[in-house]
Design a protein around this ligand. Structure first.
Ligand code: ZN
Length: 481
């Protein structure tokens, strides 16, 4: 390897404000020392809408995240629920994506990421099933990384120690929240433990191994903070404890750089405190929709179905919820409905949904124009701007929303949760969330050396970060030649 290699650590779900708070309060001492001794600085950027990992990571890795409308969505052409994480089905639609792109990690190593991203080595660790792009030759299954990791007694000791510690911590945080009447979704608490004690450590092991083997660039995703934020809220003391583990991981990877690699730490989106829709409404979101669509079977894709049975239903609606964002699809259709078609066939439906307590905004598409339903009004294009001001810079936010609304994969209606008592209404049962608009969720960061002169101030979508990081990769590679 000539010049210097690039290692990118992706810390999932850590917003720029939370990073700066953690630095101030001493929760990330090593990261702070990077700033003080190596001239690192925090570059803020805007990830775009939806503020969710598959959208942002596609933008960073490929420079193209169009047609990724959420963490999960309904593919009308293939009549398929596309989702990531355990049971990822993205591989079934992957052929439609990233044609002609130049991936950031071309010929490098992609570790625990959503996509193979042109990497020569994709260490298959959690988060996704990586075997889909015809690159099976080069990719290692999880066990090929996990077994050598476990064969080292020091790794085992580290794992057991951190594992026991994080189980104890999680149980403590979970029971405390239960006692105080807060939720914290049980499944998330369990994922936390597994995530923290296993995947995190194995991912770190894979990074140092890829460095030893000389791969560049190396891009690795660490998801423990995001998982903890979902379970307990991003500002929970336990989430701050997890940040210390993340900081420790940054330290260990930074130490392994020697003078062969340079390090960038970035996040994909932030998180905000949320209140589940089920807490503010006795009637489920899907059940409300079913009430306005007699004869239709309404399926919340990660939840219950409402209305008549499959056999007796005259039509199907699929709802895909991701954090504070929900897409609603008339599932029998091969194409997205225009707003005119929708209102002709189902008058009042969009307005009824917009009027739900807990819903802030409903978005639809009419030809080339964006239609918004908010506060009993139907607004088109720029007329929505004043209503967007409480969420973010209205000019930028409108552009971001309009881009999401241009995707064929978006729902016939796109629904955004409201803010209640300083917390966002979330369509999933989580204490912290993202994917929607407002607050820190759309404001992540890149931590990079000042000397590299990165300018992310104009980045209003993660796909605009791709050329900046690609240029850095190339200039490091050329350095010293
Ligand atoms: Zn998340």
């Amino acid at each position: 390897m000539a010049g210097r290699g690039l290692v990118v650590i992706h810390v999932d779900g850590l917003g720029a404000d939370s990073l700066e708070q953690a630095l101030r309060e001493g929760d990330m001492p090593f990261t702070k020392s990077l700033m003080e001794t190596e001239g690192y600085e925090v570059h803020r950027y805007q990830c775009g809408i939806p503020s969710t990992t598959p959208f942002v990571q596609a933008g960073i890795l490929y420079g193209d995240n169009s047609e990724i409308p959420s963490f999960r969505w309904w593919d009308r052409e293939q009549q398929l629920l596309v989702q990531f994480g355990a049971g990822s089905t993205f591989k079934k639609v992957a052929g439609k994506y990233f044609q002609g792109c130049h991936p950031l990690t071309q010929d490098g190593a992609a570790i625990a990421v959503c996509y193979p991203a042109g990497a020569a080595e994709t260490f298959g660790i959690a988060y996704q099933d990586r075997r889909y792009s015809g690159q099976e030759e080069g990719s290692r299954s999880a066990w090929r990384v996990v077994l050598p990791y476990l064969a080292n007694p020091l790794n085992l000791l580290d794992l057991v120690w951190h594992g026991l510690d994080s189980i104890a911590q999680t149980v403590r945080a979970y029971s405390r929240d239960r006692l105080s009447g807060r939720i914290a979704a049980g499944t998330y608490a369990v994922t936390d433990v597994l995530e923290e004690m296993f995947v995190h450590h194995v991912t770190r092991h894979a990074v140092t191994r890829a460095m030893r083997e000389g791969y560049s660039p190396i891009y690795a995703g660490f998801y423990a903070f995001d998982e903890t934020g979902h379970a307990f809220g991003p500002n929970d003391p336990y989430a701050m404890r997890i940040l210390r583990h993340v900081d420790d991981t940054i330290r260990k990877i930074a130490r392994a750089r020697q003078d062969r690699y340079e390090l960038v730490v970035l996040s994909d989106h932030g998180q905000i405190d949320t209140v589940p829709f089920s807490r503010i409404s006795r009637v489920a979101f899907g059940e409300l929709v079913a009430g306005w669509l007699p004869g239709y079977r309404v399926q919340e894709m990660k939840g219950k179905a409402f209305g008549p049975s499959k056999e007796r239903a005259t039509g199907r609606v699929n709802i895909t919820n991701s954090g504070g964002l929900s897409h609603l699809y008339f599932a029998d259709r091969a194409k997205r409905l225009t707003y005119s078609e929708l209102t002709a066939q189902f008058p009042g439906l969009a307005a009824n949904i917009a009027a739900i307590d807990g819903v802030a905004l409903v978005m639809a598409r009419d030809g080339d124009s964006d239609v918004f339903l908010i506060g009993g009004q139907e607004l088109r294009g720029d007329a929505i701007k004043p209503a967007l001001a409480p969420y973010d810079d209205p000019d930028i936010l409108l552009r971001q929303l309009s881009r999401l609304n241009s995707f064929h994969m978006s729902g016939d209606l796109v629904v955004f949760g409201a803010f209640k008592e300083g917390r966002q209404v979330n369509f999933e049962n989580q204490a912290g969330g993202h994917g929607s608009i407002g607050g820190e969720q759309a404001h992540p960061f890149v931590l990079a050396k000042r000397a590299w002169g990165l300018d992310t101030s104009a980045v209003q979508g993660a796909h605009e970060l791709h050329p900046i990081l690609s240029r850095l990769r190339d200039s490091l590679r050329m350095a010293g030649k």
